[in-house]
Design a protein around this ligand. Structure first.
Ligand SMILES: [Zn+2]
Length: 620
């Protein structure tokens, strides 16, 4: 028996070295022949077990006790993820781990050898299970890190659970020891089949990482969606500020709209976990999402629409990326980057549909939707990096560029969220135009979901082939210009199809046009240049991020905007800056702020046919 297990262990280890070919979820014909016998093994095997305690909440510590089977091995290698799926940055989660110790079943210490930044080797001395204890410092309140204090614990899988390397297929059990003054823990982890209070079982490590746990005193509301599958909204921190009933009622309409969009509900329950406070952002999971919202968001119409847009975005991911995913992303390698050119589909098209489905659900007016789309367009069109970085490349380099921005990023990169959404709008219009309104981008996503939501995912070419099939012809030109190239986006066909036009920019007063420098400055007692966009007067003059603006023409500047109103475009001035501790005089020719308008509106003379297409698109 032991011999057989060791052989299996070697086979799995070989599999892991080979780009982590995932025999657990792959189709039969995708499995490398040499590891086929592994499939015969009991798929569950002994579980890796964790107990979480929160005794030192005030100082932001989570105490983790882990028990792992050794399966007869002399040593067990422990691994902590360096990133978490959905957020493409190596975050080095193990930097928050401390005081890791191992012991045998009788409590006697076992030697631990730290082998890498996120790996430990435990010498097992013939025991069949090892116990491992460690502490995790948790003081970063985001959707992909951990936080704990007296009120709440946000526990994400990747930064919390050290697992046994190459045993990710094991069941991972979690028991939570809830502090007495907390009422509940919310997670999509299923209850443990053996029962037990706040005891859960994840089928494997992927499932564990995919189900954040939030503990505290939530207000949990089930959503009245009209669907057979239960949905809930768990609000942490409602206090007397957040409008819980309204947010639950609107979310229910949004869920129903999206379920109708996809035509399939691929889970048996779903939970929106909404942490209310001062954070922001969301992260998608298969049966839940973890969102962070500013507590005042339900008190302002525009903020509330942003929250609905966030919820819509994360929920759309339940299909687009959690199940319909780029082939390159999986199976997840939790210790290094996975590169894909398709984040403009996974994130960009999700960004296109998030507000659109809020509008279709009747929660956003037509004008509000056009304003939201216009903001995306303006973000793309005012970013010089659109002439430098193609959309597919922005996706590929997400790990080193999108997630690691600096002062020059606007000049050299595009956001695959923003440009992906805008390209989605243009592609949608293109497909509708070519098919006389019979087909749309909606059909592309549904067809791609039907074809590629299985184990393997889609390649860029496969997704494009589906889009071309729906469009009824080649999209080579569209892709060459807008996805793989940097040509300026041409909005004219889309605007003509829907009967939209740009709202004319407010005419500037004939006199007293203010001068424009084109440098973004920080606020505060000192005026320091934060970034300089390519092609602006500041860029052309050689002003730099980090320069402290002291004077213009030797007159002290306290308020840069106010001072620039005293000059006209074309004026030549000398800007005195402190640069790396030295005063420097920089001659600058001031310019005029570009006045291009990127605000869409329904064309005054839109035809009946155009108005009908607009209604068909927005369902209003
Ligand atoms: Zn997203």
């Amino acid at each position: 028996m032991v011999r057989r297990i060791l052989w299996l262990a070697a086979a799995v280890a070989a599999c892991a070295c080979d780009g982590r070919v995932d025999w657990r979820r792959g189709d039969a014909d995708e499995r490398p022949a040499r590891i086929e016998p592994v499939v015969a093994r009991d798929p569950a095997g002994p579980a890796i077990e964790y107990t979480l305690r929160f005794d030192d909440r005030a100082t932001h510590y989570i105490d983790v006790a882990m028990s792992a089977p050794t399966e007869g091995a002399d040593t067990v290698d422990l691994m902590m993820a360096t990133w978490t799926p959905g957020s493409y940055l190596i975050r080095e989660y193990s930097r928050h781990v401390e005081d890791l110790r191992a012991a045998g079943p009788d409590g006697s210490p076992l030697p631990v050898d730290k082998r890498a930044k996120n790996r430990w080797r435990v010498a097992c001395a013939g025991v069949d299970r090892i116990g491992v204890r460690y502490r995790v410092y948790a003081n970063e309140m985001t959707v992909r890190t951990n936080f704990v204090d007296g009120d709440i614990a946000v526990v994400n899988g990747a930064p919390t659970f050290i697992t046994v390397a190459d045993r990710l297929d094991r069941p991972h059990d979690v028991t939570l020891e809830l502090p007495a003054d907390w009422s509940d823990a919310v997670t999509a982890l299923p209850p443990h089949p053996a029962g037990g209070a706040r005891r859960f079982r994840a089928a494997d490590y992927d499932a564990l990482v995919d189900a954040p746990i939030v503990l505290g005193n939530p207000a949990v509301r089930s959503l009245d969606t009209g669907l057979a599958v239960p949905h809930a909204l768990a609000n942490f921190g409602e206090r007397n500020v957040w409008d819980g009933p309204r947010s639950a009622a609107d979310l229910a309409r949004l869920v129903a709209e999206q379920a109708e969009f996809w035509g399939v509900v691929p889970y048996d329950r779903y939970t929106f976990i909404n942490v209310i406070g001062e954070g922001r952002g969301g992260l998608e999971h298969k049966q839940s999402t973890l969102m962070m919202a500013n507590r005042w968001m339900t008190r302002s119409r525009s903020d509330y629409l942003r929250w609905l847009g966030l919820a819509s975005h994360e929920f759309f991911h339940t299909w687009n990326v959690k199940r319909l995913r780029p082939a390159e992303l999986g199976p997840f390698d939790y210790e290094s980057e996975r590169y894909t050119r398709s984040l403009w589909i996974a994130e960009g098209l999700t960004s296109y549909y998030d507000d659109l489905l809020v509008a279709r659900a009747g929660l956003m007016t037509r004008d509000e939707y056009l304003a939201a789309l216009s903001r995306q367009i303006e973000a793309v069109q005012t970013r010089p990096g659109r002439a430098v970085q193609p959309l597919s490349e922005a996706s590929f380099d997400a790990w080193i560029k999108y997630y690691r921005p600096d002062e020059n990023s606007p000049n050299t990169t595009v956001s695959y969220y923003e440009k992906g959404a805008v390209v989605g709008f243009l592609l949608d219009a293109e497909i509708r135009r070519r098919t006389a309104g019979r087909r749309s981008l909606d059909d592309v996503l549904r067809a791609a979901y039907a074809r590629f939501s299985g184990a393997r995912g889609y390649t860029p070419d496969e997704f494009r082939a589906v889009a071309e099939q729906v469009a009824g012809g080649s999209l080579a030109d569209f892709y060459r210009k807008y996805v793989d190239g940097t040509e300026e986006l041409d909005y004219a066909p889309a605007l003509a199809y829907f009967g939209l036009e740009w709202t004319p920019a407010d005419p500037a007063p004939a006199k007293e046009v203010p001068a424009w420098l084109g440098a973004e400055v920080s606020s505060g007692p000192r005026i320091t240049i934060a970034r300089v966009l390519r092609g602006t007067p500041a860029w052309n003059a050689g002003l730099s991020a980090g320069d402290e603006v002291i004077a213009i023409d030797d007159y002290r500047v306290r308020d840069l905007d106010d001072r620039l109103r005293r000059y006209r475009p074309g004026d030549e001035v000398t800007v005195l800056v402190a640069r790396r501790g030295v005063l420097v005089r920089v001659p600058v020719t001031l310019g005029q702020r570009p006045r291009a308008s990127w605000k869409l509106r329904v064309a005054k003379r839109a035809s009946a046919a155009q108005r009908a297409r607009l209604r068909d698109w927005l369902r209003d």
